[in-house]
Design a protein around this ligand. Sequence first.
Ligand code: ADP
Ligand code: MG
Length: 494
Amino acid sequence: MSQARLASCIPLPIEQKTLVNVIEKAKDWALMHGVGMRDRKHFNKDVIQIAPFALLPSPFPKAEFEKAVELQPILNELMHKVAHDDDFLMNTLQNALQVDEFTANLYDIWMKVRKEQVTQSLSLGLFRSDYLMQQHEDRKIKQVEFNTIATSFGAIASYLPSMSRYILRQLGHGDLIKNMPENRALSGLCAGIIEAYDLFGVPTAVVLFVVEEVSYNICDQRFHEFEISEKRPDIMIHRKTLTEINEETELNDKKQLVIDGKPVAVVYYRSGYEPAQYPSTKEWDARLKVERSTAIKCPSIHYQLAGTKKVQQALAGPGVLEKFMGCGASTSRVRDIFTGLYSLDFDESGERAVEMALADADRFVLKPQREGGGNNMYGADVRDALLRMRHSRERAAYILMERILPPLVPGYVVRPNAAMPPPVVDLVSELGIYGVIIGTKDKVYHNRQVGHVLRSKLADANEGGVAAGLGALDSPYLIDIRHKKISKYNTKLL
Ligand code: ADP
Ligand code: MG
């Protein structure tokens, strides 16, 4: 099926001299406001370069944006309930656990902690629900995934509308600014950490950020620290890798996690979501130590388990949403954002899913229980993988998902060290909505939507990791789809 297009917010292409000039200004704006990253190839802690960004805000249907915003607290609560339903998690994950060592290790920690009595019943969720528009369903949003750990770009995304407004004004289109929503993701996410800190209730306590060995996405992480420090100068933040946590922290007799003599109130993971971040048993020991402690974890291990692809697939099953949410209007609104999700377990429905995918592999994405991008399979790889795994238990570690085909949006991507001027390219945009929830099994203290991020990638790239260099940070330019016609022209004519 050919992909429909949404028209860019201003006519393209931009005349070359104007384009070069505005990109130069935009790059400086980005560098001077921390829309940046560290260079992977020539890593140097003293240097930040621009993070890839879309020069112009990409069009996004207003009604769908608002729907995603409204749904976020509902999804937060749903995931909170799922995470606290031990039987559901066990039944959903049990086949995958037998073949997926990483998920099994997480689950094992959850079992150990439960057996010993959970010492901290509060959990903090800084979530993000991701969506693509499905062009053949009137560009309605469909959920790509629900992230419960290390959700990134909330900080940088908060600066993007301001950057886009500056760029539009430089191009003489300041009148369009009214169509760009404000974004307060950073302050909203940090407020969640501060609220959790206050619920912990120990004035001498500190906050711990769990970080990777090398943080390329350093601006996004540091902005959280700066924001918290500005709002609450009394809160000290430590950054440690899992390896350092193993060596440099201890559990005292009250099960407090202690750093330099101070108890930890909140542990915020910006690492710990993929196997490479646990190079030895030391890192798993560290994770267990944190989980045993009284610190409020963001996420607690059952939140992380609730964020697996397998749980996402199970939630789409008949009657499952109803079990968690009842049969009201919210339930059908949530069901409406799901696209086809299929288990590959060894049973009748798993077999049907394999047949269906083999018959038309291009319609599907094959996903393992992994986070962080670059793990999914598309097209011919889906077919090859299913033929290889068909009779192996390994297949239960994957889910099959209907492929979402979003409309194309023409635009320019600005990257570090790229040839100037960049060409007009076809992009597709993925919207992420941030949510904060704090609660115990029985009581939710805070639950709200706090902001958004738009990431756009080249239309022919399967995945668009910004940190991996494939995607670009973007901002939504809200359009009323009933009035804005889908462009029939190709980019050159726009
Ligand atoms: P991860 O946890 O690795 O981020 P995702 O489920 O978000 O996994 O998939 C990574 C990327 O792959 C998404 O950002 C999106 O670009 C693409 N993708 C994932 N699922 C689909 C789908 N069903 N249809 C089209 N693209 C998808
Ligand atoms: Mg993702």
